[in-house]
Design a protein around this ligand. Structure first.
Ligand code: SF4
Ligand code: MG
Length: 332
């Protein structure tokens, strides 16, 4: 059907001296062609590690322990977990591109913006230098960088934070990927620039038709652009569904708590903001049973602290919904 990327039971672990950290602990997700899927949750919930696992960009001692990641290309499906470096290099930029919170993390400091885009394009397409340079200028123009003919020869440090993020997006989209993974792309930016970048991403998605996996701790950002939403807590997806539906009728106690802690969202502005009690425990201290139980206001004593909840599909008026919570296992 219309599934572009399918993640099944993904596990990414970090082998540390004092034990194994299960940063991603059995994630199932799918991204549909052309949609925006937001991955939300507090920091430390495994969102970034999950996303980086897709292109195998997890730094050691992190490693993928198991699972399947299937990318449905026009030429057929490819398995990414078992893929060799060569295939991954072909897929990166060309099929899947990634932008990060800090563009300096992926832009080289010693090369001009233009030469980096030219290199990415020529790695994947049989085009000459001049044509690739024209593509770079065209892309810089398209992402709203003024005077692209001049900026193409600028170094990253010569641009402002917002312009650098635009340049990173230009580079990411230069090879027309079918999936853009954006990890907190606007978090380092001021509110106005943040809104402009989100609008740019939406426009580019309309134009190029790529899917976006947007990783954000900010439900407000997710609400502005997401079609679907997956809420992660300690390495697992606890709720999945249509973004509007999840925001309007959250089912998982963690999603409900996240929404109550957000100023611009949730119910009426009259409702008081309540911080979620406690903090995300460090991943090496994952609580037994449901990992959210020490913070959950619906916790069932003697159950939630011993039984690991499984994913339950819910019958909802609109769209699919899946929740990982013992409250719903009784119902189904
Ligand atoms: Fe809360 Fe129990 Fe559901 Fe976990 S399983 S979210 S502790 S009610
Ligand atoms: Mg992160």
């Amino acid at each position: 059907d219309d599934v572009l990327l399918e993640i099944e039971d993904l596990r990414t672990h970090f082998l540390l001296d004092d034990g194994v950290v299960c940063a991603v602990d059995g994630v199932d997700l799918r991204v549909r062609k052309g949609e925006t899927l937001a991955i939300v949750g507090e920091s430390g919930c495994g969102k970034s590690v999950m996303a980086r696992s897709i292109l195998r960009l997890v730094d050691p001692p992190g490693q993928i322990e198991g699972g399947k990641i299937t990318l449905h290309r026009e030429s057929g499906p490819v398995e990414l977990v078992g893929a060799d470096r060569k295939l991954l290099r072909q897929i990166r930029w060309n099929d899947i591109a990634m932008v990060f919170q800090e563009p300096m993390a992926s832009l080289s400091l010693v090369h001009t913006i233009g030469s980096q885009i030219v290199e990415a394009v020529r790695l994947h397409e049989n085009v000459g230098k001049a044509a690739a340079r024209n593509r770079a200028i065209e892309m810089l123009d398209r992402v709203g960088i003024p005077m692209p003919q001049r900026r193409v020869d600028a170094y990253p440090f010569e641009l402002s934070g917002g312009m650098r993020q635009r340049a990173m997006i230009a580079m990411a989209l230069a090879c027309r990927p079918s999936l853009l993974i954006a990890d907190e792309p606007t978090t380092a930016l001021d509110v106005t620039t943040q809104a402009q970048i989100l609008e740019l991403l939406r426009d580019l998605q309309d134009e190029f038709g790529m899917a976006i996996m947007l990783i954000t701790h900010d439900l407000g950002v997710a609400a502005q652009v997401a079609d679907s939403m997956a809420v992660m807590y300690l390495g697992r997806v606890v709720e999945y569904g249509g973004a509007e539906q999840v925001l309007a009728e959250p089912r998982h106690p963690y999603t409900k708590a996240l929404l109550r802690s957000m100023p611009r969202l949730g119910r009426a502005a009259r409702t008081r903001l309540t911080a979620i009690k406690g903090m995300v425990p460090p991943p090496y201290a994952r609580p037994e049973g449901c990992a959210f139980h020490p913070r959950c206001d619906a916790v069932m004593a003697g159950r939630c602290d011993t039984v690991l909840p499984r994913r339950v599909p819910l019958r909802e008026p609109v769209g699919d919904r899946e929740v990982t919570c013992l409250l719903y296992e009784e119902e189904s």
